[in-house]
Design a protein around this ligand. Structure first.
Ligand SMILES: *Cc1c(COP(=O)(O)O)cnc(C)c1O
Length: 335
């Protein structure tokens, strides 16, 4: 399945580096490596740009003028979409969920800088985000423009090609580095990153353990989500196929207080990790997932001491800054 039935635009800085987490490996007693997908770009930083490369190519092929997508106020995906739209000479409309007035910082500040048309809806309205985006599309047709809707996190069939493709990048890097990764671990927020890795592993017979760590919903929820995404993915090949639950390994229990809410031990973990590796994890995704990975290694259920683990750093740095006040308890400043 090497020849892909889809095209991409080239936006991300690829390949991203793989580094060993020297001090963390010593501490955990297992070799852990990190793939720096937080370095896919500065403005484009994070995992979403890999998915957007395929989604935007599809939008352009369909002569669309305007990218429409949605997310939380600190959505990394929305910020990357807004930046990518500028690069492609397209317009961008963002539907963001916010129940109160929000300060324009972090990713949201960047959305405005990139000139995105930011539209807030309540979390109640956000439940109907797909209908809202559809309405925006109709509004655009009346202006002789054409919208292209990207669902939350670009976690649909086309977006999945981003990490389907990233898997080949990893296999190539294994050869260069002379290392074989037994497990590849990523954060699961809407499932598209995991689905892409898992589909490539299966289709290309790479034989790795692909492990996702949920930062929000239950494992069952995401298993179903990934199966649905895989169906859409196979449609691009004209195949009526899907991943099964046996192909998928998602670990739950690390959502903490819930999506985008931080617990003191998570902030403490981010602080310690920064001092251990000089790498910043974000509070919403990678901080929770890396915390989860370290706990799971200690438990020994999914990992053993001999193996090489590759964790994908999916980005999210800008989401850290709006949370600076929460760090006042563990850092020498007051909020
Ligand atoms: C969106 C996001 C994720 C989750 O990826 P999904 O493909 O949505 O599961 C992980 N980390 C960061 C920083 C993200 O922005």
């Amino acid at each position: 399945m090497k020849d892909l039935p889809v095209e991409k635009v080239y936006l991300a800085n690829l390949p991203t580096k793989i580094q060993k987490l020297i001090n963390t490996s010593l501490k955990c007693g297992t070799d852990i490596f990190i793939k720096r997908d937080d370095q896919t770009g500065t403005e484009l930083s994070g995992n979403k740009i890999r998915k957007l490369e395929y989604a935007i190519a599809e939008a352009k092929k369909n002569n669309c003028t305007t990218l429409i997508t949605c997310g939380g106020i600190q959505s990394n995906h929305c910020r990357a979409t807004a930046a990518a739209a500028v690069k492609q000479g397209m317009d961008c409309i963002l539907v963001l969920a916010a129940d109160e007035k929000v300060p324009p910082n972090g990713n949201l500040l960047m959305d405005y800088l990139f000139g995105a048309d930011v539209r807030f809806v309540s979390s109640e309205e956000y439940a109907n985000r797909n209908a809202i985006m559809q309405n925006i599309c109709e509004e655009l047709s009346a202006q002789r423009k054409k919208g292209y809707i990207i669902p939350m996190g670009a976690s649909n069939g086309i977006g999945t090609f981003g990490y389907y493709n990233a898997m080949d990048e990893i296999i190539e890097q294994e050869k260069q580095l002379g290392i074989t990764f037994d497990s590849i671990v990523c954060t699961v927020g809407s499932g598209g990153t995991y689905a892409g890795l898992c589909l490539s592993n299966k289709e290309n017979g790479y034989g790795k353990k692909i492990i996702g760590i949920s930062i929000s919903e239950s494992a069952d929820f995401f298993v179903n989500q990934v199966i649905e995404i895989s169906k859409e993915f196979y449609c691009y090949f004209g195949r009526n196929d899907a991943l099964t639950a046996d192909d998928i390994c998602i670990i739950e229990g690390y959502a903490g207080k819930g999506y985008a809410l931080s617990s003191p031990h998570e902030l403490e973990f981010i602080k310690n990790f920064a001092r251990q590796e000089a790498i910043i994890l974000d509070p919403v995704y990678t901080g929770k997932a890396m915390y989860g990975l370290s706990r799971e290694i200690a438990k020994g259920t999914h990992f053993n001491e001999e193996e090489n683990i590759l964790f994908i750093h999916t980005g999210g740095l800008f989401g850290l800054f709006p949370k600076s006040g929460e760090f006042a308890q563990i850092l020498p400043f007051s909020s």
